[in-house]
Design a protein around this ligand. Structure first.
Ligand SMILES: [Zn+2]
Length: 274
């Protein structure tokens, strides 16, 4: 065996270990809009981590300590079913918390997340907070945002600025691109999101009342985003969120987009469909 051949074999074994090329990224759903992404290089990103008080999260996953390592938390807006356990998880794990700049002030000034852990940014300015290959971009969302804080001693509630509601584009190391729409109504600039970022996978709310219902989400999928795959979210958690995956599938009809119906707690590999 020549030295060159031996070295090539050595490189073939070693390179995937260095770059994690053999690992597929993974997506786990906790119910509502809470997702965990484990990237190819092992970075862990939580989005809208409403977990400990989420009626849809399986009991076995509600213990925040079981989350293990978390590198980054993305928060789409200030409502409790999205901000969720952000303060507790960031304190436990030292994870960075990326969110709109205004809500960042609210979290820091109310001692929920210290400024050192915050990445305060805004729509359309891509950031690479973990490694060069992972890019996060904040997008528009048609919704509202405020932060309600309950004083742990008196139980008194107070309202604080939540900045603009948002969605996120998350581009992973291999280019696989996820669009998490946050809470949103349908809006025509979803077409712009499709053109600029070409998401492979869209995570879309379908419950209605506060967000798109199944018909609106089907229109967004078919006419505006046209992703390879779509995962319905933000339904059934509370009584007003009446839209169902069946209604979404019926409204969508035949398209090239594959619907992936997850159950809370499920994990799927993130791979391009073609
Ligand atoms: Zn909301």
């Amino acid at each position: 065996m020549s030295a060159i051949f031996r070295n090539m074999r050595f490189a073939c074994v070693l390179l995937p270990l260095i770059y994690g090329a053999a690992n597929a990224a993974e997506l786990q759903w906790f119910g509502q809009s809470a997702f965990k992404i484990t990237t190819q290089s092992g970075k862990v990103i939580l989005i809208d981590p409403f977990i400990s008080k989420n009626p849809k999260t399986p009991a076995a996953l509600k213990d925040l300590k079981k989350l293990g390592k978390v590198d980054l938390i993305l928060v789409t807006h200030g409502h409790g079913d999205h901000l969720g356990d952000t303060a507790e998880i960031s304190a436990m794990t030292d994870a960075k918390v990326a969110l709109n700049a205004d809500m960042g002030h609210t979290l820091a000034l109310n001692a929920l997340v210290p400024y050192e852990q915050l990445i305060r940014f805004n729509k359309s300015g891509p950031i690479q907070p973990l490694v060069k290959g992972i890019t996060i971009t904040m997008t528009h969302a048609e919704h509202s945002s405020e932060v309600m804080i309950t004083d742990p001693e008196s139980g008194a509630k107070s309202l604080h600025p939540g900045g603009e509601p948002a969605g996120y584009i998350i581009r992973l190391e291999d280019g696989f691109t996820i669009y998490h729409a946050g809470d949103t109504g349908v809006f025509s600039d979803m077409k712009l999101i499709a053109e600029l970022y070409k998401p492979d996978l869209a995570l879309l709310p379908i419950g209605g009342h506060f967000t798109m219902d199944p018909v609106h989400a089907a229109y967004a999928t078919r006419e505006l985003l046209a992703p390879a795959a779509v995962i319905p979210m933000h339904f059934g958690t509370f009584p007003p969120l009446k839209g169902t995956p069946e209604e979404f599938a019926n409204a969508l009809g035949k398209t090239k987009t594959k619907i992936i119906n997850m159950q809370p707690g499920d994990s799927i590999p993130l791979r391009r469909q073609n």
